[in-house]
Ligand binder design. Sequence first.
Ligand code: GDP
Ligand code: IMO
Ligand code: MG
Length: 424
Amino acid sequence: MNSCVIGLQWGDEGKGKVVDILAENSDIIVRYGGGANAGHTVIVGDERFALHILPSGSVRPDKTCVITSAVVVDPEVLIKGIETLGEKNIPLTGRLLISENAHVVLDYHKQEDRLREEALGKNKIGTTARGIGPCYADKVGRSYAVRVGDFRDLDSLKAKLRNIVEYKNKLFDALYGAEPIIVDDIFEKCTAYAGAITPFITDTTEFLHDSIAQGKSILFEGAQGSLLDIDHGTFPFVTSSNSSPLGMPSGSGVPAKMVEKFVGVAKAYSTRVGAGPFPSEQDNDIGQYIRDKGHEYGTTTGRPRRCGWFDAVAVSYSVTIGAIDSIALMHLDTLAGLKELNVCRAYKIEGEERTFFPANTTRLAKAEPIYETLGGWDEDITAVRDFNDLPANARDYVCRLEELTKTPITMIGIGPKRDQIISR
Ligand code: GDP
Ligand code: IMO
Ligand code: MG
């Protein structure tokens, strides 16, 4: 059976942990979108891993890991990830495959990301500054792109880089008065990257289809969240890829109908990093309580995450566009200690009640959340392993979210560790 794990909110839902758990019964784990903007946490025993490009299944030494063509690969981050796992005796040799067609994030992409955000000032998107937007822009623009397969032929790559850097220097100077980029510096780094990465380069589409024909079980690992999708999220406060489940087929080359199960991951509340509308945000003591208790600081950038109540309108939208089969509800433990819990069940927009999420920033900015209030609990639930042993109010909370999202909640996170999960 093939399955796909996907974020239903604005990222950081706990996908890394869910992928780690489901990877036990999968042969191959696939990252098919985004880049080093992602930060997926996996905790194994006392060891904490923050994975940015490598699939979360890579911490399991017997699993094959694949990075497909729609991932934008930052070689520096990738190589560091491979080295870190190597130092912990989890080598990737012979079990990591990287698409020859994946686009490469280079220093000038990260520079452009920073320069543009600085120039935007208060209108900035609040990106992760990992060069994601500029790299995807070069991909779509086609003429100035570098792909992983280019590392196989350094002479051609050198000529290509000369052309690209000449163009970027004109652009950065005119727009930002930036210092020129030295092409030899970029090429020198690329030569080192090529040595480290070339052994892993292959045709990942062929590999995945061969594996499916052999009956192997594949787990697709979504990055970011559905509401950050470039076409279906809260544009322009989104990432530059199709981070909803709709991006899985195009990102991997495997049709969605070959994937039997789409597992959506949501937190028992909401968080968002960066700018953009967030109707159920609690920019107050409640938000701060959740931030402190849930350690809501970015895995990639360390930024404090904005926190708010669970938004059933937003999650139901992600469930709908993703044909989500079941939900993994994470961080239920974090809500302990709050007397009452609000859940956003609808929006009021210009006097009208709506339950279909408007994926349009102008309309969404006008949305006033309509809440229903449920009872909280004080008990520490991090040691509970059976749903029936949860406090009654915690069970009622989960059941009400199931009703509102019309989707079974089959996994419940009650702590960051691998075994802190309740299966239903
Ligand atoms: P991802 O990007 O979706 O993989 O999520 P991140 O790793 O960026 O952020 C999720 C954070 O929550 C990490 O620090 C996890 O260790 C932690 N986490 C995951 N599930 C739970 C849970 O059920 N309870 C608590 N308290 N922490 C969790
Ligand atoms: P994971 O996979 C949370 C957000 C950024 C910013 C917007 C655009 O860990 O869930 P970008 O650098 O992609 O151009 O930034 O998207 N963002 C994420 N937020 N989790 C992520 O990944 C994110 N990846 C991008 O904060 O608002
Ligand atoms: Mg994350």
